[in-house]
Every structure is written in structure tokens, then in C-alpha cells.
Design a protein around this ligand. Sequence first.
Ligand code: ADP
Length: 468
Amino acid sequence: MRVRSIRARLTLWYTGIVTATLLLLGGATYGLLVYSLGHELDVSLQGVAQAMSQQYQRGATGFAPSEIDELFRRFFDFSPWDRYFDFLEPSGRPDPRRPFAPAGRLPLSTEALQNASRGLATFETVKGLGRYPVRVLTMPVVEGGRVVHLVQVGMSLGSIYLTRNRFLLGMAVVVPMGLLLAAGGGWLLARRALRPVERIREAAHRISAERLTERLQETGTGDELDRLAKTLNEMLGRLDEAFNQIRRFSADASHELQTPLTILRGELEVALRAPRSPQEYRQVLQSALEEIDRIASLTDGLLLLARADAGVLRMDRQPVDLADLVADAYGRVKVLADSRSVHLALGRVEPVPIRGDYDRLERLLLNLLDNGIKYTEPGGRVTLSLEGEGEWAALRVADTGIGLSPEERERIFQPFYRTAEAHSRGEGGHGLGLAIARSIAEAHGGKIQVESAPGRGSTFTVLLPKDS
Ligand code: ADP
């Protein structure tokens, strides 16, 4: 099953980790407890056995059962029940001189007997003597290098089992309780940590294309969620700007299309109002054709920009010598320049081969030259040059015209943007020329740069990657 909510997943993870920690810690503690209890018992059994055998050797005539209890109490810190104690002969038979009747016979294994004959003590756990198994120590008492008798001390494992069971019972209660607490705490913690995310989600949900000016609330704490809100806000800003641009573009495009259509309609209506001479009809049709040309050039430009934006601008990439392109473009605008008394000059022109679409590149260059001539006073100069600069081919159109302020420079590549000066001069462009030029340059992997100062002229540089 896939858990969809982060909160549930976090809680599950958290509880899982706490469970693993509790089980690991509990297991380790349990192991340590069992080991140390067993070890303690063995050490104490050894202590009792030694004390008894010493006393026996010192010639103590006998032990009252209370003395044995006292000894066990000394070593075990409590009064043991089911304690066992016996003296045996080295052969394993009960020592007839033993001073008391033992509580019960302890079994003697062959292994313990063999060990004893070699002077070694043996610890064993024996079942079947009572309710609980009994830990038995068989220890030889050596005198003058000879085993004189054996001491057997036994102690029920009942208290150890009881302590162990109590611990397990405690764990059985504490672990589920811990888990319950961890799950509850984890759930609350996750809820608290994720509350800002939920707020961001709700706010983001409210923001639609029509309300892109709204912003998510930033807490200013600088934490991850604050940074997330900030990043989303920046993205909203960019989206808002993009939407505005699209809206402006649509409004400008409709407006630009409306103007020639209105003129066309007006002219045709006037022409139809009364009978006209063939000469007058001719004039009207001529003017209508001009308007239709305007509309066609506008829609053509819009189509090119839309395709470039969508990344589907078709390019016929062929080897092109830009020097040829420069010569062609120069020839085509020379007449226009002359008609406006602008001096069109050719600067340095190096043959630079590139791969590109000749027609589109020519359109780009004609747009720049056309602008240079349009925005330069009679008597001014427009210079066209071509140079190789590193891995780039640099096409340059420099004019001595009206120039551009820094703010204008920022905006001239936006579709339909025209400077106030261009408006007041009544130069007839739509403001699409530079946007188209930039799209063509970028579709070739190049770029356009502009340097300009108001009243001093402008230089447009097109950088295109050389054909290597
Ligand atoms: P337009 O058809 O109006 O010339 P463009 O996109 O080619 O459209 O240019 C956008 C605007 O940039 C122009 O309206 C003009 O204000 C400014 N501009 C372009 N080229 C020059 C230039 N060489 N000198 C001064 N201003 C220019």
C-alpha cells in the first residue's frame, strides 16, 4: 500500500525508527542482564564453595543449616531458597564425615568428576530438581597436590528467571506504550512541521492566471519553507510578467491589425457611396492594395515570431558567405538611403562563412539597415561592416542617427515597442523589425547587441557562430 500523505509517511518512519531503537536497546539490555545475573551467580557460588571448603579444612566439625544460609546470604545478598550444599569423596560418593544431612542429593556428572580429578571446577545447569533449573558448581578441594574431597554448591535459578521475566514483562508494557507515544508525537510533530506547507498549498491553489499579482506569505525566518515561498513568489513574478507580455502582445497585434482594416473599410465604403470614374476606382484599389500589403507584412512578422517562440521556426541551414549577403543587402537599400540623403557606406568586409538561412539572414540585415536609414537625419551616415571575431562572425550596422537612451535600449527588442521619437517622426514601422531580427539571430545560435547614445547614433552588432 502506498501512503500518500507525507504526514503519515513521516509518522510511520518516525515510529519505525523508535521501534527499532527500543527493540535494539531492549534486546541489548536483556542480553546484558541475563549475562551479568548468570555471571554474578557463578561468582557467588564459587565464593560459597571456597568459604565452605576452607572452613571444612580448618577442621570445623560441622555446619548447622543456619550457618549455610548465612553464608549464602553473605554472597547472594538475600536469603536464597532452594540452596544445595554437599561434600563428596574424590570418587564422587557422599562423604560420610559430612556434618549435616543435605537438603537433597545433587547429581554428579562424569564430566564434573573428570574435571575434579584434574583439579578443575565445573559449572552446570541441572533440571528436574525443583520448579526451576539449578546452577551447580562442583569444586575439588586440593591438599598437597591431591584432591581430598569435592564441594558441591547449588542454587536455584528461580530468582534469576523471575528477574528476567519481570524485565520482559516491563518491556512488553513499556515498548507498546513508547510506540504509542512515538506515533502520537510523530503525528503531532509532522502536523506542526507541515502546517506551513498546507498554507502555501492553499494560497497557491487560490492563485489563478487572473490573480497572478497575488503572492504567498513569506515568514521571513529564512528556513526551508520561507525559501520555498520566496522561490514560488519569484516564479509567480516571472509568470505574471510573461502573462502580461502575452496580453500586451495580443492587444498590440489586434490594434495594429485593426488600423489598416479600418482604413480599408472606410476607403471602400466611400468609394461605393457614389459612382466613380475608372481613374478614381483605380486609386481606391491601389490604396486598398497598400493596406493589404501592410496587413500581410504584419501577419507574416507575427507568424515568424510565434513560430520562433514555439521553437518551430524552420531554417534552411546552408553554407552562406556573409560577404555576399552584405553586398546584396547593400545593393537593395542603397536607393532608399539615397532617397533620404543618408550616406550608406561599406566598412571592412571580410569573407566569413557561416551556416544559415540566407533569406532569413537577409531579412535580419535589411531590418537593421532600414532602421539605420529611417532613424538617421539627412546628411547622416550608415556604415555596414563584417568581421570575424574569434568564433563569431560580427555583422555591424552603425548609424549617426537619433540614438537611444539606456531605457529604450532595454526595450527595443520587444514586439511592438517603438520609442517616442519614432512615433513623433511618424515612421511607419510596426515595431516588429528588431524582435524578428533577434529571433532570427537566436535561431542561428547567435545574438544581437546594441550600443547607442541619444543624439550620437547607434551600432547594432549581430554575432553569428562561424562555420568551422
Ligand atoms: P520599427 O518598425 O518601428 O522600426 P523595430 O522593431 O525595427 O520597429 O524598432 C523598434 C524601435 O526601436 C523603433 O521604433 C525605434 O524607436 C527604435 N530603433 C530601432 N533602430 C533604431 C536606430 N537605428 N536608431 C534609433 N532608434 C532605433
